[in-house]
Design a protein around this ligand. Structure first.
Ligand SMILES: C[S@@+](CC[C@H](N)C(=O)[O-])C[C@H]1O[C@@H](n2cnc3c(N)ncnc32)[C@H](O)[C@@H]1O
Length: 315
């Protein structure tokens, strides 16, 4: 582990309130990270917490971060949670928390290659397996790199950055990539936000298929919760929040199944979730303590007794 400040859990009190923990319940922390949410859920009286993380380091550090016999750690993607829980005879569960994105532990460890502020190998793989950022950047077509930067980083000059990346190949270090992006976009020292932020975010989201994981994770949560079970999802940017918002809107019958313009027979499956609260953003006090929480947003919902819309197991 690094010597930097540990991960500060975001919207933690709001998540505990949103999950309305009843003592003795079985809860899933789908993104264990540094165990911040798990600790809070156990502190609120959970009888058992199943902590998932796709990062083997997070799972390996887990027992020392949260030494508690009520915790079970699983090195698996949350999109596979229903299968993993079924294998352990733990379905259905009473509540699920997802805290989307990277942890400070991952960002702060230079050798994981997530940060443009620390020089390290161009890696960026949460699961520590599969294609690295260097593999992608050194072999992909310029057009594919540009598409990733535009779609996942909302980089307005994606073409120019992709061209500069291709011209600078082979790239092996995060510092090299950051320098290439800054040069392509005319970055000046002291400029408010570093343009490399968008490129790093985009490559990370692409490599880890983060948006697909979120889509599949929400479906897996729908299949895993008991009627009355609660879901709490914290996202960090609009691309992620949009996915959660649309999913819960559709599943709670707001669109298009509940549309008053549609005949009842065409209304689609019964709502599988009920949205009980408005989305929550961090308080001023939290932002003062933890500026990284700036763009965080929490959405919560309660599972109804209707069948899951998508019964299929995630691939
Ligand atoms: C923002 S951190 C969670 C921090 C945690 N809530 C805490 O308080 O310490 C996100 C964590 O989720 C993990 N993660 C991201 N996507 C995942 C996925 N699809 N399945 C499982 N774990 C995932 C990352 O490896 C990272 O450790």
């Amino acid at each position: 582990m690094s010597n930097d400040a540990p991960h500060i859990p975001v919207l933690i009190n709001e998540v505990v309130v949103g999950l309305a923990v009843v003592p003795g319940e079985t809860l899933v922390d789908g993104t264990f990270g540094a165990g911040g949410y798990t600790k809070a859920l156990l502190g609120a009286g959970a009888g058992r917490v199943i902590g998932f993380d796709r990062d083997p380091d997070a799972i390996a550090n887990g027992p020392s971060l949260v030494p508690d016999p009520r915790l079970t750690l699983v090195n698996e993607r949350f999109s596979q949670m229903d299968r993993a829980l079924a294998d352990r005879g733990l379905l259905p569960v009473d509540g699920i928390a997802l805290d989307i994105g990277v942890s400070s532990m991952q960002l702060d460890q230079a050798d994981r290659g997530f940060s443009f502020q620390k020089d390290g190998p161009l890696d960026m793989r949460m699961s520590q397996s599969g294609e690295t950022a260097a593999d992608f950047l050194n072999h992909a077509e310029e057009g594919d790199i540009a598409r990733v930067l535009k779609e996942y980083g909302e980089e307005p000059r994606a073409r120019a950055v992709a061209r500069a990346i291709v011209a600078a190949r082979p790239l092996t270090r995060t510092a090299e990539l950051a320098a290439v992006v800054r040069r392509a976009l005319g970055y000046r020292q002291g400029q408010k936000s570093d343009p490399a932020t968008r490129t790093f975010q985009a490559i990370r989201i692409h490599l880890n298929a983060e948006l697909e994981e979120l889509e599949q994770g929400l479906r897996a949560a729908e299949r895993s919760l008991r009627p009355g079970g609660r879901l709490a999802v914290v996202t960090f940017h609009s691309l992620e929040d949009r996915i959660v918002k649309r999913f819960l809107k559709a599943r709670s019958g707001a669109t298009p199944a509940g549309s008053r313009h549609r005949p009842l027979a065409a209304a689609g499956p019964a709502p599988s979730f009920e949205q009980v609260a408005k989305p929550v953003s961090p308080s001023e006090a939290e932002l003062a303590r933890n500026p990284r929480a700036r763009s965080a947003r929490l959405r919560t919902a309660v599972r109804t007794d209707a069948p899951a819309w998508d019964q299929e197991k995630a691939a």
